[in-house]
Design a protein around this ligand. Structure first.
Ligand SMILES: Nc1ncnc2c1ncn2[C@@H]1O[C@H](COP(=O)(O)OP(=O)(O)OP(=O)(O)O)[C@@H](O)[C@H]1O
Length: 318
């Protein structure tokens, strides 16, 4: 199958109440997610990411449009389309008196996984919770609870795994462990992974393809490398032996004098080459103690596509 997910003209209007008017959270979203990919769904706060995920998971009813999961149309084959997807939610909603092993057995029961096909201990091992298999959930740390949520999303062996902000507020060690597990699922079992994250650096590192949504609409969808190459901006950072005086910059080159004494020259690769810039620097009599370059990153792409409004509420992992 080429596409694990096919979404066409997806609309969602949340009904208003006495205090707030109706809200059109999705305005006809079209999106395909290729089978076997690690796909990032990004966007500023309120863009419609959770709404999209919740509709895919069958938790929120769409107003209009088509959603096919693993080839199953949600409206025609609701049971099969639900069985093909597992969601690791943002909230830590666990029953405090269930152990991880119990929680997985109950979840497997809910999905109708026959006892012979349950892989409780294998899944607990995958997420690093074997030792805590029989401990009460309330005794687990925040990080362990998150891993248990991941385990719960896996009990019915879904072809598509959705991770909604899986690493928000999670320490580096756990974040790396989660990603190792997710990569393994992707590589060894071919599970298609969809993730939302506010850490753009993480999306840049993990995702083969990325869709950016804003205001309920798709802004762009492309391979991560293509998105990054859209931005032509490059920065050459020079540490001079001695700080130069005023410089008469070539057209199209900007200079930022940084607090550490370095000089950051930014330029468009299409117009200026690194060689031209270096010649200018030598001719200006600047002796170079150190030089490095900075490429545009996903955060630059994001900000340029969603404007300043889009940068709000986004954290860089830098
Ligand atoms: N149950 C609801 N009732 C009314 N409006 C809602 C409801 N859920 C979401 N919305 C509104 O729909 C819009 C999209 O929300 P959604 O949660 O899908 O965005 P998001 O991209 O996931 O944002 P975030 O990054 O903050 O999680 C927002 O304006 C939000 O206020």
């Amino acid at each position: 199958m080429t596409n694990a997910i096919e979404i066409e003209g997806l609309r969602k209007v949340y009904a208003g109440d006495g205090k707030s008017p109706p809200k059109e959270a999705l305005k006809g979203l079209d999106l395909t997610i290729p089978t076997g990919s690690i796909f990032g769904l990004l966007g500023p706060n309120g863009a419609g990411k959770s709404t999209t995920i919740n509709i895919m998971a069958g938790l929120v009813r769409k107003t209009a449009g088509k959603v096919r999961i693993w080839g199953f149309d949600q409206d025609v084959n609701p049971r099969q389309s639900r069985a093909a997807i597992g969601v690791m939610p943002q909230e830590l909603n666990l029953d405090p008196f269930f152990s991880p092993a119990d929680a997985l057995e109950v979840q497997a029961g809910l999905y109708g996984v026959p006892k012979s096909q349950r892989r409780t201990s294998e899944i607990l091992e995958l997420v690093g919770l074997s030792e805590q298999a029989n401990a009460y959930a309330r005794t687990l740390s925040g990080g362990m609870r998150r891993r248990l949520l991941l385990a719960k999303a896996l009990v019915h062996h879904p072809q598509v795994l959705v991770l909604d902000e899986p690493t928000a507020g999670v320490d580096i060690e756990l974040r790396q462990m989660l990603w190792r597990n997710v990569r393994r699922l992707n590589q060894e079992r071919g599970t298609t992974i969809i993730l939302t994250t506010h850490y753009l650096e993480e999306a840049q590192e993990m995702c083969d393809e990325i869709a950016i949504v804003a205001n309920g609409e798709l802004v762009i969808r492309d391979k991560t490398v293509n998105l990054l190459s859209r931005l032509d901006a490059k920065t050459m950072v020079i540490t001079p032996e001695t700080p130069p005086g005023d410089l008469d910059l070539p057209a199209g080159v900007d200079l930022e004098r940084r607090a550490d004494g370095s000089l950051a020259f930014s330029y468009a690769r299409a117009k200026t080459s690194a060689e031209q810039l270096l010649s200018f620097i030598r001719e200006a009599g600047i002796s170079i103690r150190d030089v490095r370059t900075e490429e545009a990153d996903l955060e630059d792409v994001f900000v340029s596509l969603t404007h300043s409004e889009g940068s709000q509420g986004l954290a860089s992992a830098k």
